[in-house]
Design a protein around this ligand. Structure first.
Ligand code: AMP
Length: 144
């Protein structure tokens, strides 16, 4: 299973981005409205300069209090996020997410954003694939 198949199965390939100057409050509102856990930070909507996850916001709130909500996302985001390409395998992405302890990965082609996959997308796609493989193997063993 490849990343491009995961993107296809998600249907909606739009990527939600915010600019570096967006306030953390606005970014939190976007996360809540769109029911997502992370947003890519990009000036032009094409290059992933950073990523801001709900974890970054929670961590900053715990360490520094509500003052961080008025800051801009570029003060809180993780810079130069680890990215994958459409031709990478789901297993490789899963491995890199597990090793890096993050759940979001921008998908880029020629350094331009073409999508985002979450650990949930990858696990769902792999489970569906394993279920289909199981059905096919059962079919072969039972002779149908
Ligand atoms: P997450 O598990 O994705 O909510 O993020 C956990 C931490 O990893 C946060 O500090 C994020 O900013 C950071 N992070 C999320 N995605 C990536 C990524 N693709 N590359 C590097 N860091 C990331």
């Amino acid at each position: 299973m490849l990343v491009h198949q995961i993107l296809k199965s998600k249907g909606d390939t739009s990527v939600i981005t915010v600019t570096p100057g967006t306030s953390v409050t606005e970014a939190a509102q976007i996360l809540a409205e769109r029911r997502i856990g992370g947003v890519i930070v990009s000036t032009d909507g094409r290059r992933a300069e950073g990523i801001l996850s709900e974890r970054d916001i929670v961590r900053s709130l715990a360490l520094r209090g509500a003052v961080c909500l008025n800051e801009s996302v570029d003060q809180m985001m993780t810079r130069n996020p680890v990215c994958c390409t459409k031709s990478e395998t789901a297993d490789s992405v899963l491995q890199r997410m597990t090793n890096g302890r993050f759940r979001h990965m921008p998908v880029v082609e020629d350094e331009e954003l073409v999508g985002i996959v979450t650990i949930g997308d990858v696990v769902k796609a792999r489970l569906e694939e394993l279920s289909m493989e199981k059905d096919a193997l059962e079919g072969m063993i039972m002779g149908h």
